[in-house]
Design a protein around this ligand. Structure first.
Ligand SMILES: [Zn+2]
Length: 496
């Protein structure tokens, strides 16, 4: 299996340190607010990686940390007049609720910073002992000038970093890029401070991930992941904090997910386009959102819009309906397994084999979920097209088994009973489409009648050789989930 390693900037064959076992660490949330859909995108990507590696037979240990003490938490708590520890506990619970609602597999460990203060202090002590860190005014800083390869993950020099960052003048630091390993407690931070050899304080953000990842997964991790904005400085710093102590490679494969934009803009509170997981799941099922995420490669950017989500929901239904069709048919005719079909009657078998091959080829190629999904859509079309009575039970079962297996790997359960799909749901939009072409129909007309009128209108246009307009209508109907099929001068339609 190939994985794209950010460290080497190329796809590499994945070989875990220990045969058959994989340790994965993904940077978890700082719990001070509701998880947004950008977070969800990252965790869905790693969810699929974990599911796929387990499907391949690896024993995976999956660790996601919980940052429950941090400047942002303290600031938010102050704003709300709340205790920072309580605020963090509340949002930690909300994080788990939302991730469960998204259908994510649970990590094996969710270590909290506040439960690992001792481990963190020990790591900072080692860095001080080895001369990579220094104490200044009750805080401890990592000295970037002491190492040669600082910047190897983000591929920048110290000069680049200074030029690119808004470096605040801080007299306690020797070099502007030095970063805090331990922060001295400020006035009024008694509840979020611990004793240390350097006085009361709390850990810096970067050191916690170094301490907790190595505690649960050993000094060398197979895979470390996160959103791409963590490459610098967070992951760069994690590497230094571990490698300076262990003198071993910290991470074998660095995986980073692309950004999620909303309507072409970066999501931010000030722009008012901050969309929470809860908000999306109030309107759409988790499968629709997951499908939207998996339609893009995990390293590519995603531009989220509700239109795109609507489309993803229809795509999901297309898969679920194909699986439902097979399931219903097998239930009715399912006892006759083992009937050997003659060569020319193997209608589905070739399609299933091809879809399987393409699906796994795509997954092996750096988890190309867009290609994996494409193979499922092709098969779904085939399933809807063939007469299952001609295909036979054996073939139908094979197709269903593959849908269920792929659904398990992608975290897209295609097990739901067929959703109530009816034209009535899009009747208003059909009425407005008809009216745009000058066909006025009363509310009492059924959705089917409106659709028939639109099809007649299109036939008329085709008769007058106005193919461009006719195609536009076909396109608009397809956006509503309606597929037209022209056979001679007859046109039939299918919904979803
Ligand atoms: Zn981290």
């Amino acid at each position: 299996m190939l994985l794209y390693n950010t460290l080497t900037r190329r796809k590499e064959e994945f070989v875990p340190l220990e045969e058959g076992k994989v340790g994965i660490y993904v940077c978890g949330p700082t719990v001070y607010d509701y998880p947004h859909i950008g977070h969800a995108r990252t965790y869905i990507a790693f969810d699929v990686l974990v599911r796929y590696l387990r499907w391949k037979g690896y024993k995976v240990t999956y660790v996601v940390n919980i940052t429950n003490v941090d400047d942002k938490i303290i600031a938010r708590a102050k704003e709300l007049g709340k205790d920072p520890r309580e605020l963090a506990d509340d949002f930690e619970r909300i994080f788990h609720e939302d991730m469960a609602a998204l259908g994510l597999v649970r990590a094996d460990f969710y270590p909290r910073v506040t439960d690992h203060i001792e481990d963190i202090i020990r790591l900072v002590e080692k860095l001080v002992e080895k001369g990579y860190a220094y104490v200044s005014r009750g805080s401890v800083y990592f000295s970037v000038e002491k190492v040669k390869d600082y910047g190897k993950l983000s591929r920048q020099s110290l000069e680049d970093m200074i030029a690119g960052a808004r470096v605040e003048v801080d007299k306690s630091k020797r070099h502007p890029m030095d970063f805090a390993l331990w922060k001295r407690a400020k006035e009024g931070e008694k509840d979020v401070a611990w004793d240390s050899p350097w006085g009361r304080g709390r850990p810096g953000w970067h050191i916690e991930c170094s301490a907790m990842s190595t505690k649960y997964l050993g000094e060398t991790l197979d895979i470390h992941g996160g959103a791409r904005d963590l490459i610098f400085p967070h992951h760069e710093n994690e590497i230094m904090q571990v490698e300076c102590v262990t003198e071993k490679v910290f991470v074998r494969y660095w995986l980073h997910t692309g950004f999620l934009m909303v309507g072409g803009e970066k999501m931010s509170k000030s722009l008012g386009n901050f969309i929470t997981v809860r908000e999306v799941l109030k309107k759409y099922p988790p499968e629709a959102f997951r499908l939207l995420v998996l339609k893009a490669h995990y390293r590519s950017p995603i531009d989220f819009t509700y239109d795109a989500l609507e489309k993803a929901q229809r795509s999901y239904r297309r898969l679920a309906n194909a699986a439902a069709r097979l399931r219903a048919w097998i239930q009715e005719h399912g006892e006759g397994e083992g009937v050997e079909m003659e060569e020319e009657r193997r209608l589905l078998e070739a399609a299933v084999e091809k879809a399987k091959e393409e699906f796994f080829e795509a997954m092996e190629d750096d988890l190309s979920t867009p290609r994996a999904l494409a193979s499922l859509f092709t098969l779904a079309r085939e399933v809807q097209r063939v007469d299952l009575n001609d295909a036979g039970v054996g073939e139908a079962k094979k197709a269903l088994e593959f849908f269920e297996e792929a659904g398990e790997i992608l975290g897209l359960p295609l097990m739901e009973p067929e959703e109530e799909v009816s034209l009535d749901k899009v009747k208003d939009r059909l009425l407005s489409l008809a009216s745009r072409y000058g066909v006025e129909m009363g509310k009492e007309a059924s959705a089917e009648e409106v659709l028939e009128a639109i099809i007649a209108l299109r036939a008329d246009l085709r008769g007058r050789r106005e193919y461009g307009e006719a195609d536009k209508i076909r396109e608009e109907l397809s956006n509503l989930g309606i597929t037209l099929e022209d056979k001679g001068d007859r046109t039939t339609w299918r919904f979803v």
